[in-house]
Design a protein around this ligand. Structure first.
Ligand code: ADP
Length: 183
């Protein structure tokens, strides 16, 4: 197989910057000639996991299905970019162990910053009680303990965050090349 597959898993609060960083990473990887597939939480919930809600059980099921698709693509040499809040640590770790070639990218900005950005106007609706079980407001977010990458989007530029992710990809691709050469 020419290309080493891996899953880049972006987790973090709504508005932390998952979509923004992952789109820039996608663009760059495609420009470099990689096969890339994106599984965006919002898009996935419109099709693959339509009908699931926001209870812990449904959120876990949502992540399990995304993880399953990511696993299939990863083993077929694709670089998979997952962008989903994925608030629960256990299910992220379960998916990590299934996929193996897994890079957890913790997109981290304080809640106050995410709320201030309020990209989709969802925090306002959550604060007013119109939306229930909103992550960070009245639903938990369990931060990664040991992410491969952390992007502090309130402190670093988009380009700095993107570079961190691309550097990790390059390192893994080249480590794989070295293994092939030594066999
Ligand atoms: P999410 O996908 O996590 O819900 P989005 O990417 O949709 O978040 O929104 C993040 C917002 O934060 C965007 O409006 C983006 O322009 C802004 N932003 C500011 N600084 C950064 C940064 N360093 N990295 C990523 N996004 C940033």
């Amino acid at each position: 197989m020419k290309q080493k597959g891996m899953t880049l898993w972006f987790t973090g609060l709504s508005g932390a910057g998952k979509t923004t960083i992952s789109q820039a990473v996608e663009k760059e990887l495609i420009a470099q000639g990689y096969k890339v597939e994106v599984l965006d939480g919002d898009v996935v919930r419109e099709n693959l996991t339509k009908g699931l809600g926001f209870s812990k059980a449904d959120r876990d099921e949502n992540i399990r299905r995304i993880g399953f698709v990511a696993q299939l693509l990863t083993r077929n040499g694709v670089i998979v970019i997952v962008s989903a809040i994925s608030p629960y640590r256990n299910i992220r770790d379960e998916v990590r162990s299934r996929i193996g070639d897994f890079v957890e990218v913790y997109v981290n900005a304080p809640l106050a910053v995410c709320e201030e950005r309020d990209v989709k106007g969802l925090y306002k609706r959550a604060r007013s009680g119109e939306i229930k079980s909103f992550t960070g407001i009245d639903d938990p977010y369990e931060a990664p303990m040991n992410p491969e990458i952390e992007c502090r989007t309130d402190q670093e530029t988009l380009q700095q965050s993107v570079t961190k992710v691309l550097t990790e990809v390059q390192e893994r691709v080249h480590a794989n090349d070295r293994v092939k050469v030594s066999v």
